[in-house]
Design a protein around this ligand. Structure first.
Ligand SMILES: [Zn+2]
Ligand SMILES: [Zn+2]
Length: 278
């Protein structure tokens, strides 16, 4: 059922689905990873995704949280896990209680407060780390890492049997290697990228580019905690990502204006990996 706009893009074996415009609403999910980012609105079809990561508490990133929880309960799905900035947990909990009072429906969910530096073990293959971003309210970035157990280099020459013997003697033969898979920043000044350098290295980066035209003051953009096309150009060398999704464009631009201004200014090295999400 279609109740909200959703754009879809496939990269490798991952599907990215979402929508994001400044002050309107932001919501994203990667169904294969069973997780999503921000709850500014909630497409009906997104309810099957059980883990959500909220970056900050501006309404266009969180207001659909009660709707999502209610739908899961109504459809007899397990209570979802919702990770959000730690300072917000108590307030969101009382908002849910207030809705329960009005609606008379329980809103079962696991609200988990997180802060920069935290690590969330999603499962054996995946871990999510929490980073700091810079916005007008406390805000976070999230980075999904793939975990793999790799044989330590000092054992690379051994046969399978020898490795088994070493392992049986109680020595750890492998170590965990983490590959940065997908990063998401929500709203932030460009420092939000600099503060977590792995965001420049992850395979897929989903971030914001709220402003693209030259007629905005850089000071005002920074004060409002957002990024401009210029920030991407200034840092063009740093982006090692296979795919960079720029989103959260201001409503003052339409698709053609964004495309024209970005294409005219962006270096080729970035242009081929940059996807404008609108
Ligand atoms: Zn926003
Ligand atoms: Zn915001």
């Amino acid at each position: 059922m279609k109740n909200l706009p959703v754009k879809t893009l496939t990269h490798g074996d991952l599907t990215i689905e979402g929508f994001s415009r400044a002050a309107v609403q932001s919501y994203w999910r990667i169904p294969e990873l069973k997780l999503g980012f921000d709850l500014g609105a909630h497409p009906w079809d997104f309810m099957g995704t059980p883990n959500w990561f909220v970056t900050h508490c501006h309404m266009d990133h969180i207001v659909a949280l009660p709707v999502y929880v209610a739908r899961r309960r109504m459809m007899k799905m397990d209570p979802p896990k919702i990770y959000l900035p730690a300072h917000a947990v108590e307030t969101v909990h009382s908002i849910l209680q207030a809705f329960t009072k009005l609606d008379r429906g329980r809103l079962p969910c696991d609200l988990i407060g997180v802060k920069p530096g935290d690590e969330i073990q999603l499962n054996r293959e995946m871990v999510v780390t929490v980073g700091e971003t810079r916005h007008t309210v406390p805000s976070l970035s999230y980075l999904v890492w793939q975990r793999r157990n790799k044989l330590k280099p000092e054992f690379a020459e051994l046969t399978g049997e020898q490795i088994r013997d070493v392992r049986q003697s109680g020595t750890e033969v492998s170590h965990e290697v983490r590959i940065p898979l997908l990063g998401y920043t929500g709203d932030t000044r460009v420092e939000g990228l600099d503060l977590t350098p792995a965001l420049y290295q992850c395979k897929i980066l989903i971030t914001e580019m709220t402003f693209v035209s030259d007629d905005h003051s850089q000071d005002k953009i920074r004060k409002n905690g957002h990024m401009h096309l210029h920030d991407f150009i200034d840092r063009a060398e740093k982006f090692e990502n296979e795919l960079i999704i720029a989103s959260h464009f201001s409503t003052r631009y339409n698709y053609h204006q964004v495309k024209k201004l970005v294409n005219a200014a962006i270096p080729d090295s970035l242009a081929e990996r940059l996807h404008l999400w609108l």
